[in-house]
Design a protein around this ligand. Structure first.
Ligand code: ADP
Length: 397
């Protein structure tokens, strides 16, 4: 089957066409500046990257351009759109009603719509992508794969906040968790790669990218995760603060004459390692370079980041009463040996030992713990598009 994977943001859209038999990407790219001016980036497998500037007032024109590129006589990878068998959409928030991926019908659209409140930046964009595909490829099955779904197995004690119960009843305020497709994919790959028993295993997945989250996966099911009602909770991230005392918000609002929504913008976009380094960078490559040049703020930001990762990992060892394996994934987890080493230094009490030579690796699936380490530690690259493709095929076959 040919599966088109669509990941819509508010003004951008990433896509991949994947052959489900070979699991090879046939073409991929993105549309940028939707609603502003418009740019399509298209790359067929083994071919050159093409950039086309063209107006894209809405997601419908953007997806039309993607489809035109896929069937283009010269550089396309299909003769006609009939060769697309299904479309898989990444959707941010499914609330508490959706616990797994589903074929999109009106009831599913209604839930995504209801959850726009909880995911105001993403859910409306995800819906636009769904509507555009329904319009441009009528009759083809569309599947929604939710970022929150994998975390729906968390028990009450993990997902409830210590707030008046009425807010849970009235507004569904609770922890939902994000990056679920990645946590699901990487935990399963880790179990396979390390030869663990799927029904008797305790795995901690550290998804460390620009956005970063950790999950505790017991017997293949998520029992806790670090992001919350929104992706702002948990770790210190590229530009997000992660956990802070909620009273900080009022304090700064009063001192700096800011509104709560201005503060939230600061917590989302101006904080994290970016804020800690006075705006030097949110990218760990820049921070490592600055640290090597003697920049103390960059060194501290890296320390703060790693310390927070280690503290959450430790709390999940407690939550699961043990751990068999720890997996690192996403941009930082896959590519930053220094960060992995610093995190693991904190885990010595678990008997974790890193093999420096094995850890000196980027972007590859590899065990990085020493042979005599009490716990296995591995780098397991994530692949959200592949995971969405597999879910889509499983549902429409
Ligand atoms: P997202 O999908 O959340 O945008 P990614 O998972 O792609 O993020 O991760 C991007 C981040 O990965 C970059 O901001 C950078 O901090 C980090 N990164 C990528 N490559 C390296 C590297 N070689 N060394 C250190 N950090 C890296």
């Amino acid at each position: 089957m040919n599966v088109l994977i669509i990941n819509c943001g508010s003004s951008s859209l990433k896509y991949q066409l994947i052959d489900s038999e070979t699991e090879q990407v046939q073409a991929k790219g993105l549309c940028e500046r939707i609603g502003i001016d418009g740019r399509l980036i298209y790359q067929p497998a083994g071919g050159e990257k093409e950039v086309t500037e063209a107006p894209m007032p809405t997601h419908t024109e953007a997806i039309q351009m993607v489809l035109d590129a896929l069937v283009n006589a010269k550089t396309g990878v299909m003769k006609s759109l009939d060769e697309v068998d299904a479309i898989g959409h990444r959707v941010l928030h499914g609330g508490a009603k959706i616990t797994e991926s589903c074929v999109i019908d009106q009831a599913v659209v209604d839930v995504i719509e209801e959850c726009c409140d909880l995911g105001p930046l993403h859910n409306p964009a995800n819906l636009k992508g769904i509507y555009a595909c329904q319009k441009l490829m009528p009759g083809k099955p569309n599947v929604a794969v939710f970022d929150t779904a994998f975390h729906q197995t968390m028990p009450t004690k993990a997902f409830m906040y210590g707030l008046p119960y009425e807010y849970y009843e009235k507004y569904h305020i609770r922890k939902y968790g994000f990056h679920g497709t990645s946590h699901s994919f990487v935990s399963k790959e880790t179990i396979k790669f390390l030869g663990l028993d799927a029904d008797n295993s305790k795995v901690i997945v550290c998804h460390l990218g620009n956005g970063a989250s950790i999950s505790a996966v017991k017997n293949g099911k998520c029992v806790d995760t670090s992001m919350g009602l929104t992706p702002l909770e948990g770790l210190v991230m590229g530009t997000r603060s992660g956990d802070i005392d909620p009273a900080v918000v009022e304090y700064i609002c009063n001192k700096e004459n800011k509104t709560v929504s201005e503060m939230l913008n600061i917590l989302n976009k101006k904080s994290g390692v970016f804020g800690l380094t006075k705006g030097l960078s949110s990218d760990f490559r820049d921070l490592e370079e600055a640290m090597a040049d003697g920049n103390q703020l960059a060194a501290d930001a890296i320390d703060i980041f790693c310390y927070r990762v280690a503290k959450i990992v430790g709390s999940y060892v407690a939550a699961m009463n043990g751990v068999d394996a720890i997996a690192f994934t996403a941009g930082i987890g896959e590519n930053a040996p220094l960060i992995r080493e610093k995190v693991c230094e904190y885990l010595g009490y678990l008997g974790v030992k890193i093999d420096a030579a094995k850890n000196n690796s980027r972007g590859k699936e590899v065990v990085i713990s020493a042979d005599d380490s009490a716990k296995k530690v591995a780098v397991v690259p994530t692949n959200e598009e592949l995971a969405i493709m597999r879910e889509t095929v499983a549902l429409v076959k």
